[in-house]
Design a binder for this molecule. Sequence first.
Ligand SMILES: Cc1cc2nc3c(=O)[nH]c(=O)nc-3n(C[C@H](O)[C@H](O)[C@H](O)COP(=O)(O)OP(=O)(O)OC[C@H]3O[C@@H](n4cnc5c(N)ncnc54)[C@H](O)[C@@H]3O)c2cc1C
Length: 419
Amino acid sequence: MSPISSHQHIVVIGAGIIGIQCALELQTRGFSVSVVDSKEPGTATSEGNAGCIAVAEIFPISLPGLIWSVPKMLADPLGPLSIRWGYLPQLSPWLWQFLLAGRRRPSEKITGELAALLGHSWSDHQVVAKRTGTEYLFKHEGFLFAYHTERGYKESAHEWSVRTQHGISYTRLTRNELLELEPELNPGFFAGVHVPGVRHSINPKKLVQELALEFKRNGGAILKANAKDFGFRDGRISQVFLDNGQTVETKGVVLAAGAWSGTISSKLGYKVPLDTERGYNTTIPSPAVSVTRPIFLVERSAVITPMEMGLRIGGAVELAGLKAPANFSRAKALLSHGKSALPRLNLENGREWMGFRPSMPDSKPIISRSGHHPNVYFAFGHGHLGLTLAATTARLIGDMSSTDLTPTEAIPFSIERFV
Ligand SMILES: Cc1cc2nc3c(=O)[nH]c(=O)nc-3n(C[C@H](O)[C@H](O)[C@H](O)COP(=O)(O)OP(=O)(O)OC[C@H]3O[C@@H](n4cnc5c(N)ncnc54)[C@H](O)[C@@H]3O)c2cc1C
């Protein structure tokens, strides 16, 4: 017997891309579903990301040797990585586990696990996109890695051979071939690599909104409040207490509150090392240049994505927690990398944005059933890959809630790895 019978009521906490995909999936499996969130769907981290279905991003963020490049990265406050020093005491346990994950053996294992999960990411999105009529929000133009220097290009050789081992196809490009694909690029680039299998969303916020509308059309409810606590009966979750005073009776809960899932997990019996890698970008409505596909400026850690709202340029990582105010000089620094990559870029009227990637120290999401309560599920911590893995996460959560079994694919992503 499954832990929750179909047609029973289940609450999804969080209306980002992960929560809404989970809600839709559970609905198609016959559950009656309510989503709770005080914010409108898709208006937190899922709003402003770079839109890539990043199937080639199989590596954890912490890798062997990273520790030696950290001092150089930190020396530049607007570089690819920054830490707010006041936040360091709070961050230390996460940082320690992050460094441990970056040792050779663990990082190779994580790479294999992420590659296996990422292998399904587009096919899972495609199923949902077809069913919901949202295919028009995706483009299939591949993804371009652009290298400024011969050194950067040569240093990436190992990375590319690992991608080959994991079945990711790509084409190496000379400078001329790179410029043929993207003629607006600065001719000063050394070389590039094109990954043809990558799709991108031309409007990640609209994607969540459209999926949320479909969810409502199918009878789903979205309650505008935050979950703050839970009630339990006979070892099972039975109530969700909202911060507007409402109590929702339920037969199950999926926690998908992105970077804010830590405190709620502790109310469900788990202390997880979730933190946030904050990222910045600017969306330029009239860029005056045309770019066909997302371009990663490798040495600058900046991504340029063509979207229906204009050109979005940003990326990088800031470790500063959930409360520190945004430092938009980081967005400006990333934008200046964009301008040097696309010399004719018009910078006017750019809209700056910061988002909170929900990051586990081992760069693996938590896609898991609770070991404490059989009707509680976790779907958070997707870091740099939340859009990419949303439909796959939802399918796995759907499988877990409809049967007693944990799908083999989900085993490496269990919450129990932190117990
Ligand atoms: C600059 C940048 C670029 C990125 N580019 C990419 C990319 O190209 N591809 C990719 O795959 N990923 C990318 N990401 C990562 C991706 O955006 C995230 O992994 C993803 O959006 C996380 O989705 P989520 O639903 O978990 O979180 P969110 O979208 O943050 O949603 C969480 C929701 O939970 C709600 N919530 C919080 N607390 C509660 C509570 N107590 N009760 C109810 N609701 C609550 C919040 O209000 C929020 O709406 C990028 C991120 C950044 C910052």
